[in-house]
Write a protein that binds this ligand. Structure first.
Ligand SMILES: [Fe+2]
Ligand SMILES: [Fe+2]
Length: 222
């Protein structure tokens, strides 16, 4: 049975020094590394870093009460939550040029999915690749984050297994493979999530072995 070993430091989790962990910054740093892993230029990766940093800008227009609600959102509340994407794109309309196009697309579409079952029903396959990069970085970060009031942080192994299980549905197989490849080979990932992590071993099981076994039903929202 194939197993994937990840860098020593990116291992099982416990919540440590969570005040030092900033979600948007983690999403931005991971997005930049993913862009480079995809073969994008350093200049493009830097733009993606900025777009990822601003992806949830529209949340500033939503109430803290909604954002921090510990219980499941009602359908009405979920509709309001979705508007952080349109608010974000609107707030970023003053950004000019290629970067402006990128930041607005990322703000508007970072909750889309490969299978078109995201916020606005658009497939990631029809959007620029940088949108999927930020979407996968955002999802992983949301899963392991200790800053969500409605859930416990997922241990990284479970979050990685979950991303693995989403190949072909939430994300493309290609992007999931790039994500897994990056985790296997890039020690800088550990630095991004370091405030959350402590050692022991992590083994990501192959997709077939995780189907049905991953905590897909565990609650999270991004
Ligand atoms: Fe978002
Ligand atoms: Fe986010």
């Amino acid at each position: 049975m194939q197993t994937l070993q990840f860098p020593q430091a990116l291992q099982t989790s416990q919540t440590l020094q969570t005040s030092h962990f900033h979600e948007d910054e983690a999403v931005a740093k991971l997005s930049k590394l993913l862009a480079l892993e995809c073969g994008m230029s350093p200049e493009k990766a830097e733009q993606i870093y900025i777009a990822a940093l601003l992806h949830d800008a529209g949340k500033k227009k939503l109430s803290a009460e909604l954002l921090n609600k510990p219980d499941k959102l009602t359908p009405e509340e979920f509709e309001v939550m979705k508007t952080h994407t349109t608010f974000g794109a609107e707030m970023l309309r003053c950004v000019e040029g290629d970067l402006g196009v990128m930041v607005r697309k990322v703000a508007l579409y970072h909750h889309e999915r490969w299978d078109s079952c995201g916020y606005w029903g658009k497939s990631l396959s029809k959007l620029p690749r940088y949108v999927e990069i930020v979407a996968i970085a955002d999802t992983f970060t949301a899963l392991v984050s200790p800053l969500r009031t409605y859930k416990q942080p997922w241990p990284p192994k479970e979050a990685i297994d979950y991303i693995h299980s989403q190949a072909g549905s939430h994300f493309s197989h290609a992007m999931v493979n790039i994500f897994l490849q990056l985790l296997r080979t890039n020690d800088r990932i550990a630095g991004i999530y370091e405030p959350l992590l402590v050692v022991p071993a992590i083994i990501v099981t192959p997709k077939n072995a995780t189907q049905g076994g991953v905590r897909n039903s565990r609650r999270f929202r991004i």
